[in-house]
Design a protein around this ligand. Structure first.
Ligand SMILES: [Zn+2]
Length: 397
């Protein structure tokens, strides 16, 4: 705990100190999709130009530097309904690799936990590839190994829709959380040394994965359900199981997952989120400034800090991190862009967290998860053959 009363400037100085020693590992950023759909750039990294501050966006190199980001998990995301999911996943992995190649002086392609320290020593940002949504598997196990070979080190099992093998938090359940084919995917990710990400899965899917995963899991962008009852957030029983599993939950900034008043407001609005199987994109809804109900309540940096305090109380200090989910849209007041991380940590200083606590949350907890997942993969690859086949090959699926 810190001593005595803390002025705003003191707290910010302490936060910057911590983040310079232990730069942030951010669990989730959707910049690759932002570059893909940008009308001018259309997926061209050079044309998008990450070297300048883009006032209307939230992520660029100058502000990643200001934000003291030491490692970024970039999402190779595709909507579940994308016409060519297998191709689109590869295109988004390729886009992340093109970000790395376009800025070799800024980003270090990171494929192991040890690359975090290597990047720090070189004054660079470790760039990790995360696939968000398993729709691109097209119900085959083979792509997992190709994605891994291309650099994937974390996989978010699904997005806003239930797949044939895993239930989504924001869709009707169809497979009791996770079916036999889903278990095969979990086993193969364990074998490959890829972090399994339970953000976006249903609460039952979280429980089923925790039953079978041989390695720690992550919830790369997810808050405390007990503070904001959006189904994307994590229930207490799952948070408590992270201790035995060794995994972590990474607090996120998506306004509708932060603020209960905003959550209630969105629920009342037409296209109410989470009411049926055909849900609208929650992020698109966040971008709507107002409807007939009047202006939406705002989420705030302080509310994100509330979630972090609650996550620590429930999961334990060794099991909490930060996964911003900057996606080029709405964000809480005070957390407008990637330069704002030190302000969040300053608020955590004011909440009484020690510098050691903050280093755990900024990076050490996720590094432990990455190292453990790597070690489990090494040992499983010695004894277990690659899982092959497709959905139909798994009885009960
Ligand atoms: Zn997401």
């Amino acid at each position: 705990m810190t001593d005595g009363p803390m002025t705003a400037d003191n707290a910010l100085a302490v936060a910057r100190d911590v983040l310079e020693r232990a730069p942030l590992i951010d669990g989730h950023n959707d910049l690759p999709w932002v570059i893909r759909i940008d009308r001018a750039a259309r997926g061209d990294v050079a044309a998008y130009d990450l070297t300048r501050v883009r006032e209307r966006a939230d992520t660029d190199i100058p502000r990643l530097r200001d934000g003291l980001v030491g490692a970024q998990f970039w999402a190779a995301f595709q909507p579940t309904s994308t016409p060519h999911p297998a191709r689109t996943t590869l295109e988004q992995i390729d886009l992340i690799r093109r970000i790395e190649e376009a800025h070799p002086d800024v980003f270090l392609p990171a494929r192991r936990a040890a690359d975090y320290a290597r990047a720090k020593a070189m004054g660079r940002i470790a760039s990790f590839i995360a696939v968000e949504g398993g729709v691109g598997l097209e119900n085959s196990l083979s792509p997992l190994r190709i994605w891994h070979a291309a650099g994937m080190r974390l996989m978010t099992l699904c997005h806003n829709e239930t797949l044939d093998w895993v239930d989504s938090a924001t869709d009707a359940p169809r497979v009791g959380g996770l079916n036999a084919f889903g278990r095969a995917i979990v086993g193969e990710l364990n074998r490959l040394g890829v972090v399994i990400d339970l953000a976006h899965t249903s609460h039952d899917a979280m429980r089923r994965v925790l039953d079978v995963s041989e390695a720690p899991v992550a919830l790369s962008h997810s808050n405390a359900y007990s503070l904001c009852d959006h189904p994307r957030n994590t229930p207490d029983d799952v948070l408590k199981r992270l201790k035995a599993n060794g995994g972590l939950v990474m607090a996120t900034f998506v306004p509708g997952f932060v603020s209960q008043p905003l959550r209630d407001w969105l629920r009342r609005s037409r296209n109410g989120y989470g009411k049926g199987p055909a849900v609208a994109d929650p992020k698109a809804q966040m971008a709507e400034p107002e409807t007939r109900q009047g202006a939406a309540p705002k989420a705030s940096l302080e509310q994100v800090a509330d979630h972090i305090v609650r996550l620590v109380e429930t999961a334990g200090l060794d099991h909490v991190g930060v996964g911003s989910d900057y996606f080029g849209g709405a964000s809480p007041t005070g957390l407008e862009d990637v330069s704002r991380f030190p302000y969040l940590f300053a608020e955590l200083v004011r909440r009484g967290f020690s510098e050691r606590d903050l280093e755990k949350m900024s990076s050490k907890n996720m590094l432990r998860v990455l190292r453990r997942v790597e070690a489990v993969g090494v040992s499983l690859r010695r004894t277990r053959a690659p899982a092959i086949g497709e959905l139909e090959d798994y009885p009960g699926a």
